[in-house]
Each structure stands twice: as C-alpha cells, then as structure tokens.
Design a protein around this ligand. Sequence first.
Ligand SMILES: [Zn+2]
Length: 280
Amino acid sequence: MSDPFVPLVKPPESLNAPALWFAFQGAQLLVRREEGRALVPSARQPAELGLEALRSQYLGLYEGIHCFACEIATQAPAPEGMVWTGLRSLFGMVDDELFALAGRAIQIMDWDRSHLYCGRCGTPTVVKAGERARQCPSCGQVHYPRIAPAVMALVRKADRLLLARSPHFPPGMHSALAGFVEPGESLEQCLVREVREEVGVEVANLRYFSSQPWPFPHSLMIAFNCDYAGGEITPEPGEIEAAGWFDLDNLPVLPNKISIARRLIDSTIAQIRSEKAVTN
Ligand SMILES: [Zn+2]
C-alpha cells in the first residue's frame, strides 16, 4: 500500500480547498471528537476555527489535502465542539497514517518552538526557504529537526524471551529492552551495550526487525531480534525493576499495540510457535 502522505516544505501559494490543521497547544492536539473517532479540523486559515496561530509550518499533502501544523497560545480555549488532547490517546481513534502524521506534526512544531533563537549565538532565527530548517541571520548556523535514535532488543534463548520492566511501566507490564544510541556508536554497538548494562547478558546474531518514529518526544526506535550468548540476568539498579526469561505459556502483560515493542514480541512469538509446529 502506498503512503497517503507526501512530505513537502514549500507551502502552496493559495488554497482552493480547506487544509488539515494540526493545531498544538504544547503537546496537546486540537481534535473534534465523534463517537470513538477523532477528526483533525479543516479550514483555510486557523482564524476560521476561531484560533490565532503563533506560528505555522507546512507539512505536505495527505490524500491530496494540504496539511499544516501550527502553535496556539497556551491559554486559548478549544473552539466549540473540539478538545485539546494528548497524542497517545488518539491511537485507534484516527487512521494509523493520520496518527503517524500527527506524530510528525508535533515533532516539527516542537523543533520550531525550540529553535526560535540560535543555540550558538542567541540571535532570533528565521525559516530557511526550501528546507525544513531555521537559520541564524547572524552566525549562519542552520538548525534542522533532530531525531534521537534508540535501539530495541528482544533477546531469545531457545523458546524463551527476555522481557523486563522499568519502574515507570504500568503494573505488571514487561517489554523488550531499549536505550538511546550514544554519539559515535553504531546501532549494533548500542544494542550490545544496552543489553549488557541493563541485564548483564551477552547477545549474538543481531537481526534487524523494523523501525518506528516515536514522537514522545522525538525518537526513532530501531528494533532487532538477537540470541542469548551468555551471562546471568542481573537487572541494572534504577533502570530495570525486574527482568526474566518468559516462555510462551507464561507471558507477562505486554506493551500496547501502539508500540513497535508489541509487534516485535508478537512476531517472535509467532516465529517460535511455527518452529514448534514443525518439530512436533
Ligand atoms: Zn547564531
């Protein structure tokens, strides 16, 4: 299936149809709630919705419709029939592609807000034409949106999976291990280090699974399968509250389907089941 969204930087000269407006008040998105669904408001200008945009960024075309992100002042009330809502609570209430677009929009607005002044010399920046960037007119520094890559590792030992929980997880929930890539590190080096630090286990046979933008706030999660290669599970104090080997008949509470962690775990469970079916 082709992606319904085409990212673009240069806004149209004029609009001959309403555009979709991803209007943010901090991390809260404006939506119209309707019977378990959420709709992103459409208008030619935020003023049509009764909103005053502090700044806006053009995003591109979603199913042929122009899309903008904008920032609304913190005290502005939601227009009649609409609500400010956290992005996570929108999962399942809008199409997955639109949810991903909302994640893109919030990251762009967060970057825009965070780079109004040059981080090198403090001068107010200006939008750089033709690129998703803000430039400093004084020192010339160009500020692009930053993405923080993070690696996720699901360690397998025969038919069992290494699942762990960090102290901030909901009660009972266990997941794969994950951590941010450090400067100068490859994804593979990061994975080996994270697993070693978090649970004291060595791994081998790293296999790329998939990736997912994770806009909380601006990560890109890159998920791998790998095999156990040695060591005893020793949870890292403060980071890992509990960790263990789980077989398929004894799985803990798993992460929500919003996250790549769940897809990684589900896919590995299916793989183990199919291997067992062959050997039985
Ligand atoms: Zn500067």
